[in-house]
Design a protein around this ligand. Structure first.
Ligand code: FES
Ligand code: FES
Length: 160
């Protein structure tokens, strides 16, 4: 079937089986490979994108469900000046990534959290950031989220 949707602000028509995961369309059909495949069962968050502004795990979202919706991938976020998003800048400054595999999903989850809450507290970060990082970058993720929202890092966050 063909599915009309919007990806990173551009109208696109996807040709896919209705139950095919959105992740395949993003990576294989559109060639947007910043979104990663990890577990395939909505557990790790490596495949996180935004659907109508909400974080979604694209490995487990049938492409038929995004018809008429607006999808944003890691390639589609940017700052008001057209360069890197404030979260990406904070990620670089805090040297968050290690192997990097989970990081586009982490950034997409963080951007969605900040857009929803403004200045998320530690509890809000812990509750919302359920993406898995096998390298254990969680303290730096917290630090970068605080930095991106103009909040000072706590002692714990500054530890890693
Ligand atoms: S690959 Fe989608 S949640 Fe792990
Ligand atoms: S940076 Fe390696 S899995 Fe997160």
């Amino acid at each position: 079937m063909t599915i009309s949707t919007t990806v990173n602000g551009k109208a696109v028509t996807l040709n896919a089986e209705p139950d095919s995961p959105l992740l395949w369309a993003i990576r294989e059909e559109l060639g947007l490979t910043g979104t990663k495949f990890g577990c395939g069962i909505a557990a790790c968050g490596a495949c996180t994108v935004h659907v109508n502004g909400e974080p979604a795990r694209s490995c487990s979202l049938p492409v038929s469900e995004v018809a008429g919706k607006s999808i944003t991938t890691i390639e589609g976020i940017k700052g008001s000046d057209g360069t890197l998003h404030a979260v990406q800048k904070a990620w670089i400054a805090a040297q968050v990534p290690q192997c990097g595999y989970c990081q586009s999903g982490q950034i997409m989850a963080a951007v969605a959290l900040i857009e929803k809450t403004g200045k998320p507290s530690d509890d809000q970060i812990d509750e919302a950031m359920t993406n898995i990082c096998r390298c254990g970058t969680y303290p730096r993720i917290r630090k970068a989220i605080h930095a991106a929202t103009g909040q000072a890092a706590t002692a714990v966050e500054g530890a890693a």
